[in-house]
Design a protein around this ligand. Structure first.
Ligand code: ZN
Ligand code: FE
Length: 242
């Protein structure tokens, strides 16, 4: 794998992701909510920006994109079906398309649920998944536009990827998600271990992402085939969590 990735904290709890292709020096960014922290990270990494990958149209994922495009001449990539509500796209994509980035390729995965037009980007060579607000560590995105069935199908697409894939999600929601996950699935040792790790990381002011898909498969209740007792707790969970 020639692409490395760095989290750039933005707004209250967003992560934008900076990509660097070591062979060509090309830089890319995923979901820039703000321009200023992106520019600081870009300048420190080489002072160029080639590609801006957008997962969905919410402001906390796109608002920094126009300024970055103007400053660096980067190409904006986003879902063709959502072009009417995204910054002007240079590369309009759909499910199954590949977006070249240096020596690597990002495969576009349609992941409706949080929004109808949400897409994820998967770099198969070395395993990076940029899943926006479809999946978070120990949770998934709110259903603003799609149905629960849409979200389930989208998460199942992630579940088919290699377990060593690094999950790069759009928000630092892991600690609050852990409370819900532990309520639903209290006997899960992998979840208990992840929750303890998360508490330590957040106590040190550190990011809980990226995380491997294998850890999520073992601990995220939305990726696990839950047993009957956990499903029963899941049905009562809405009385405990709003
Ligand atoms: Zn969103
Ligand atoms: Fe968001």
């Amino acid at each position: 794998m020639t692409v490395s990735v760095t989290a750039i904290p933005m707004l209250a709890d967003n992560y934008s992701w900076l990509l660097k292709d070591s062979g060509t020096g090309k830089l890319g960014i995923v979901d820039p909510a703000e321009a200023a922290p992106a520019i600081a990270a870009i300048e420190a990494a080489g002072g160029r920006l080639d590609v801006i990958f957008l997962t969905h149209h919410h402001g906390d994922h796109i608002d920094g994109a126009p300024e970055l495009k103007t400053k660096y001449g980067a190409k904006i990539v986003g879902n063709a079906g959502d072009a009417h509500r995204l910054p002007k796209l240079d590369i309009a994509v759909q499910e199954g398309d590949y977006v070249p980035f240096g020596a690597a390729n990002a495969r576009v995965i349609a992941t409706p649920g949080h929004t109808i037009g949400h897409i994820a980007y998967y770099f198969g060579d070395g395993g990076l998944l940029f899943c926006g607000d479809t999946m978070f560590s120990l949770g998934c995105g709110k259903l603003f536009e799609g149905t629960a069935e849409d979200m389930y199908e989208s998460l199942q697409k992630f579940a088919e990827l290699p377990k060593e894939t690094l999950v790069c999600a759009g928000h630092e929601y892991t600690q609050s998600n852990a409370k819900f996950a532990l309520f639903v699935d209290p006997q899960n040792a992998a979840l208990q271990a992840r929750a303890a790790q998360v508490a330590q990381l957040r106590g040190e002011g550190k990011a809980t992402l990226p995380v491997t898909l294998g850890v999520e498969m073992a601990s995220n209740p939305f990726l696990r085939a839950l047993d009957a007792a956990s499903l029963k707790r899941l049905r009562t969970a809405k009385d405990h969590f709003s």
